[in-house]
Each structure stands twice: as structure tokens, then as C-alpha cells.
Design a protein. Structure first.
Length: 317
């Protein structure tokens, strides 16, 4: 992949997720310059040193970092992963209060050193934090958005591809709504190649998908993070890769369609909350695709997701 000249990515937070975003971005060549910022000086310097030692093998990108916010100066994209992490059994929304305070302090400081950046919020609950970040900064809604359900969509496509016996890239399906417990798939438009998912005949002789099976897949995708957190304490590799993918869409001005989470304005009647919907992502940020069709049932689920998040956001204001 060609690295855009002098493009700069800053990753805020040097924990499991932040260092994985930096690592994935270096390996994929997502940006020409990568910076890692965290208030934990020793940890950040150690992560940067470890990543730097592999620079021979990662192409033309370089990495710097530290606990002084000036490392973020001139960034084109800032990915925010800083915050308390989700503990086993804890929902993303329970994290909200702690991480909202961290973000409120940090956003003005980041804007000062990187006034033209596009901000991508990965810290959970990312949808709620996106609303607060946008309100606190007054940035255009497209320039501050969450990674949303890009990862959940990847989990969904992986599961369908395994069962259907096709390449993941041939599965066209999206998870939308909250990045969390009220998320759901847009089954009404899910296809494998051009074939509607319920009509697909697996090549290995397995039966077709059933509605019950699709419902179970949706539950497995929704709960996937809990399973990983229970076993290893954090999800980091896949969110690192999906964040790097979003960064590339921005820096290379790709107009890529990704299910990121922006503060919505009359999207199917929903306003004032950030939810993931298929959106066009380019150098200006993210723009929801208003023509995305929802079935009547999906609209109900989408509004339920909006109500749940509005409640959390209101409790933090």
C-alpha cells in the first residue's frame, strides 16, 4: 500500500488497544509518520522503542512518542484509545463516566496541537463519547466520529464466510447501531456475492442459513468482545487492524463505505446521538449514507439503540 506523503497519525493511549493500533498502522503502512501519546511516560517510551526496533521490516513509516502532547503536533488523524478498559462482566456503558472525564480534559489539548485533524474515537463507550467530544469541541460532526461497528461488522462477515464457505470479502453485511449491547445486523440487505443470505446454498452440502441461525450469529457477534475479555483481559488485535483500516480511508481520501459512528441529524428520524451506519469515509471525515434502507423491524431496533444511548449521554452531561 502506498503511504501518503508526510501523513501523520497520532494514537492517544499506549495500552493494549493503542499499541495495537500503532503496530497495525506501521505494518500496513497506514501513515508515513506514527506518534504514540500517553501520560504514562515509561510505558509509552517502552512501546515506542519496541515498535522502533522493528522499523527495518515495516517499510517507510517511522514512530515517535512520549508523554508530552506536542508529539501529536500537525497530525492529520488522531485515534483516541485512552481510558479505563472494560473489565470482565462490565458493559461498555458502565465505563462511560470515567472515560467521559478523561476525554473532556484531553480534546481541547489535542485540538490545540492538531487543529486540522480528523478524530476517531475508539475508547468505549465510543458512541456516547463521540457525542460529548463533538459537543465539547464544536467540531463539524464528520470530523469527530467513532470506530463504531467496523470491528463488529468484520466479526459478522468472518462468521458468515466460515459457514458459507466463501472469502470474507465476498460477504456483504453490516452491523449497525450502538457498538454494544443494542447493535444488530441489517439482515434485510445481507448478501453473499449477489445472493440474498437466506438463499445462499453452501458449496460443501451444508443446509441453507435459517432465520434462527442468523439470530444466533448476531448474538455471538454482539457478545464476542466479552468472550475475548474473559479469556485474555482485553480485545486488541482486531480493533487495531480495523482502526488502521479507518485511518487509511481518511489519509488516502478513499471514499470507502464503512459503518462508523457519527452524531446523526435526522437519519431515519434519529438525531443527536452517535450510531453506526454505513458512511463514506474520506479526508474530510465521515458522512452517513442517508439512502441506506432499513426494514420496519430494523428501524425499530435502530430507534431502540438510539434511546439507550441517549439515556447514557444525558446522564453524563
Amino acid at each position: 500500500m502506498s503511504v501518503i506523503e508526510n501523513s501523520k497519525l497520532t494514537v492517544v493511549g499506549a495500552g493494549a488497544v493503542g499499541s495495537s493500533v500503532a503496530y497495525a498502522s506501521l505494518i500496513r503502512g497506514s501513515a508515513r509518520h506514527v506518534a504514540l501519546y500517553d501520560i504514562a511516560t515509561e510505558k509509552t517510551e517502552a512501546e515506542v522503542l519496541d515498535l522502533s526496533h522493528g522499523a527495518q521490516f515495516t517499510g517507510s513509516s517511522d514512530i515517535i512518542g512520549g508523554s508530552d502532547i506536542s508529539v501529536a503536533a500537525g497530525s492529520h488523524v488522531v485515534v483516541i484509545t485512552a481510558g479505563a478498559k472494560q473489565k470482565p462482566g462490565q458493559t461498555r456503558t458502565e465505563l462511560a463516566g470515567v472515560n467521559a472525564n478523561i476525554l473532556k480534559t484531553m480534546m481541547p489539548q489535542l485540538l490545540e496541537v492538531a487543529p486540522d485533524a480528523v478524530f476517531v474515537i475508539v475508547t468505549n463507550p465510543c458512541d456516547v463519547l463521540t457525542v460529548l467530544a463533538q459537543e465539547n469541541t464544536g467540531l463539524p460532526v464528520g470530523r469527530v466520529f467513532a470506530s463504531g461497528t467496523v470491528l463488529d461488522t468484520s466479526r459478522l462477515r468472518w462468521k458468515i464466510a466460515q459457514r458459507a464457505g466463501v472469502a470474507i470479502a465476498s460477504v456483504h453485511a453490516y452491523i449497525v447501531g450502538e457498538h454494544g449491547d443494542t447493535e444488530f445486523p441489517l439482515w434485510s440487505h445481507a448478501t453473499i456475492g449477489t445472493v440474498p443470505i437466506l438463499e445462499w446454498q453452501p458449496l460443501d452440502g451444508q443446509p441453507k442459513f435459517t432465520v434462527d441461525e442468523l439470530d444466533q450469529i448476531a448474538v455471538d457477534v454482539r457478545d464476542a468482545a466479552y468472550k475475548v475479555i474473559q479469556g485474555k483481559g482485553a480485545t486488541n488485535y482486531a480493533i487495531g487492524l480495523s482502526s488502521a483500516r479507518i485511518v487509511e480511508a481518511i489519509l488516502n481520501d478513499q471514499n470507502a463505505v464503512l459503518p462508523v459512528s457519527t452524531v446523526l441529524d435526522d437519519f431515519h428520524g434519529v438525531s443527536g446521538v452517535a450510531l453506526s451506519v454505513p458512511s463514506i469515509v474520506n479526508s474530510k471525515g465521515a458522512q452517513p449514507i442517508r439512502e441506506t434502507p432499513f426494514s420496519a423491524n430494523e428501524l425499530g431496533l435502530f430507534r431502540r439503540s438510539a434511546d439507550a444511548l441517549r439515556e447514557v449521554a444525558d446522564s453524563l452531561r
